[in-house]
Write a protein that binds this ligand. Structure first.
Ligand code: KG4
Ligand code: ZN
Length: 339
């Protein structure tokens, strides 16, 4: 079965052609960073306008790179939520139109549930990673930070999430404070490599031993206060030190909470996915923790950490296999929280 996966929940227009649910024949992502970096954050109206312009060329490119045409596609998977409503509606309307015109089924999927399936995608010639359910996934992105227990591909339950900001949001805001541009996550990762993670002791917010909720608003304020009290423009080295210290504090919390979560859920396999899972320090410290604790760690490959159509196609495949079909009345769910 060939599935076309479509993702347009935030500021990336993405499409992928996936065979048999997990083999990625093509994955195309058109980033909108050039537009939103001018404003230091995603401007919803501009995002939906760019999705309208890009959805057809991005899907065309995905079909071309997979050496197929729309006539070869058996079904479509599309992000139904959560996300920006105007952005979601572009992908959803496109999926409905193609489904109707070509008489092929489509389903809408939850973006958060799709992110942690990324480790199970593979391309021709790549090693195939098999899931061993149940497992616990840490999803860390620009909009969400959550611990999700998976009993199989489509049965999941959130056992902890953020009370305020997402980890990626904190990275982006601190990146902005340090003048590193938007989005700030990758820039902080790079700056931190030349900085001292012990330079500033930013407070780690654990909310009590064993607590599985997250809070990142305090550390954002902590960095802001530190910069205000500095009394001068930070030098390049000071910026690198602040980036490294901030990153270390966020990573320490994420790693420890995933460990606590695995204990609470009684699982021996852990997954990390979402844009922030690209972070090199997080990947290194998760590997150390997993080795120490005897856990099997599955890290989403960097190319599928950020938003993409392939993870959407994978989850859609599972739902289609179970006989699910969406009607043309399916609506976007911008605040679709997993339970
Ligand atoms: O999953 P994603 O592409 O989109 C959402 O669903 O939100 O995640 C985007 C987030 C942004 O906040 C970005 O700054 C962050 O992922 N990010 C990183 C890194 N690369 C992307 N954060 C830390 N380190 C990175 N290397
Ligand atoms: Zn995402």
């Amino acid at each position: 079965m060939l599935i076309l996966g479509i993702e347009s929940s935030c500021d990336d227009t993405a499409a992928a052609v996936v065979e048999g649910g997990r083999k990625v024949l093509s994955s195309v992502v058109s980033s909108q960073d050039d537009i939103h970096s001018l404003y230091g954050g995603v401007v919803p109206e501009l995002a939906s306008r760019r999705h309208i312009e890009m959805i057809v060329p991005v899907v065309d490119e995905a079909l071309k790179r997979a050496s197929v045409t729309m006539n070869d596609i058996d079904a479509i998977g599309v992000t139904q939520g959560p996300g920006l409503v105007g952005s979601l509606l572009i992908g959803l309307s496109f999926a409905k139109s193609v489904s109707y015109v070509k008489s092929i089924p489509y389903v809408g999927v939850n973006h958060l549930e799709a992110h942690p399936l990324a480790p199970f995608l593979y391309e021709e010639g790549e090693e195939v990673t098999e899931p061993d359910f149940p497992h616990l996934a840490l999803v860390v992105s620009g909009g969400h930070t959550a611990l999700i227990r998976f009993d199989d591909y489509t049965t999941s339950r959130v056992i902890g999430q953020t009370r305020d900001d997402a980890a990626g949001e904190a990275f982006d805001k601190v990146g902005k404070m340090l003048g590193l541009g938007f989005p700030g996550g990758k820039a902080i990762d790079i700056a931190a490599r030349s900085g001292d993670p012990k330079a500033v002791d930013f407070k780690r917010t654990y909310l009590g031993k064993g607590n599985l909720e997250f809070s990142f608003s305090g550390i954002k304020t902590g960095v802001h206060t530190y910069l205000s009290n500095l009394g001068h423009e930070p030098s390049e080295q000071e910026k690198n030190d602040i980036a490294a210290s901030f990153q270390e504090a966020v990573v320490d919390v994420l790693v420890r909470k995933l460990k606590w979560g695995a204990e609470a859920a009684g699982v021996s396999t852990i997954v990390a996915a979402g844009g922030v899972a690209c972070n090199s320090r997080l990947r290194a410290k998760l590997s150390e923790m997993a080795d120490r604790e005897g856990l099997r760690l599955l890290l989403a490959p960097p190319k599928y950490c950020s938003d993409n159509g392939a993870m959407i196609a994978l989850l859609a495949w599972q739902r289609l296999e179970k006989g699910e079909r969406a009607g043309l009345d399916l609506n976007a769910i911008p605040n679709w929280d997993l339970l």
